[in-house]
Design a protein around this ligand. Structure first.
Ligand SMILES: Nc1nc2c(ncn2[C@@H]2O[C@H](COP(=O)(O)OP(=O)(O)OP(=O)(O)O)[C@@H](O)[C@H]2O)c(=O)[nH]1
Ligand SMILES: [Mg+2]
Length: 319
């Protein structure tokens, strides 16, 4: 590993936030030596707990994150925040917005906030977020909160491996329940009905509860539903207590750690291969050539793909 990485890692270990920041950027950008660096960092990971917060755009996730972070800091914990911004054009400027709304906590010494843009990266976003969480973990964060919008598979994947997943719903959004049904319901450990200062909040709580009753009838444990007004800090104490409560009782969720490692291994391989293919396939015009061969009907796409991935296939045969 080159001297620059070594110095950065040493500095991070002595608490340098600048070094932490630089390491995250370099790993995110897959700069040469990143994997060696992660190998060095890995033994220091494993202590931080991950809290995933997801929900529809504008549900109040950042405001909640801010308040939860603040309370955890009050209790003496060190906090990392990862805000994964949607690339949708409607949320342009979300990074700046988050920064502004998160100033409460991000000003505090024990909080480190990192925004990640999805930048239309195909896959790999989950892995990038996981890498960032690992680095924050090694830095000594006790809790890492990951905020993602609960639309799109990729965003949901990000929070799936968190220790606690909070799904945020808001009243008066007809699509709220729909969104939950569309795939994030199963991953929720806690439901938050935010903007409970709006009318219909009670109705939404009842809707969620009755939906959960159906699940409970199937023998699943029923996640708590908590009302909050994030802007005023109402209900946050309750929420943080619940998070810490569940965190303790989840300590022994059977098979959880294995599943997380499995997801991580697949995520790493997926991102690594995809990155390499995108970066290198066209070296010396190889991809261009393949395109021409298909165009000229010299070869079919399947034969080309088979040829490209055959070295890997021989390592991982199908049967
Ligand atoms: N009335 C009311 N407004 C709230 C509450 N919580 C958040 N808001 C407001 O809702 C807006 C969106 O809040 P954010 O915290 O940015 O929501 P978000 O889910 O992070 O949004 P995106 O990251 O853009 O998806 C802001 O104007 C907040 O001030 C609440 O409990 N009640
Ligand atoms: Mg936000």
């Amino acid at each position: 590993m080159n001297a620059k990485w070594t110095k950065l890692i040493d500095d991070m270990k002595t608490g340098s936030v600048v070094a932490l920041s630089k390491i995250i950027t370099r790993v995110e950008n897959r700069e040469p030596g990143w994997m060696e660096a992660m190998k060095q960092i890995y033994p220091d990971t494993g202590d931080a707990k991950l809290i995933g917060i997801t929900g529809s755009p504008g549900a109040g996730k950042s405001t909640l994150t801010n308040k939860i972070g603040g309370l955890l800091v009050d209790r003496g914990f060190k906090i990392g925040i990862i805000a994964v911004d949607p690339s949708s054009p409607f949320s342009g400027g979300a990074i700046l917005g988050d920064r502004i709304r998160m100033t409460d906590v991000s000003d505090l010494e024990s909080v480190f906030v990192r925004s990640m843009a999805t930048r239309g990266t195909l896959g790999g976003l989950n892995q990038s977020a996981r890498d960032v969480a690992k680095i924050m973990d090694a830095f000594g964060k006790d809790y890492i909160i990951i905020e993602t919008v609960g639309v799109g598979q990729d965003e949901v994947e990000v929070v799936k491996t968190a220790d606690i997943v909070i799904v945020v719903c808001v009243p008066g959004q007809g699509d709220s329940i729909q969104a939950i049904k569309a795939g994030i319901m199963e991953i929720a450990d806690i439901f938050v009905v935010n903007k409970a200062d709006r009318e219909d909040a009670e109705q939404l709580v009842m809707d969620i509860e009755s939906m959960l009753e159906l699940d409970a009838a199937l023998g699943k444990s029923k996640p708590p539903v908590i009302k909050t007004v994030a802007t005023k800090g109402e209900g946050i104490l309750d929420l943080v207590d619940k998070i810490l409560d569940l965190m303790t009782s989840f300590g022994s969720k059977p098979g959880w750690e294995e599943e997380r490692i499995r997801v991580e291994l697949i995520g790493l391989v997926e991102k690594e291969l995809l990155d390499r293919i995108k970066k290198n396939w066209n070296k010396n015009g190889r991809l261009d050539k393949a395109v021409r061969q298909v165009l000229d009907q010299e070869k079919d796409p399947y034969s080309i793909v088979q040829q490209v991935i055959s070295p890997l296939i021989s390592l991982l045969p199908e049967d």
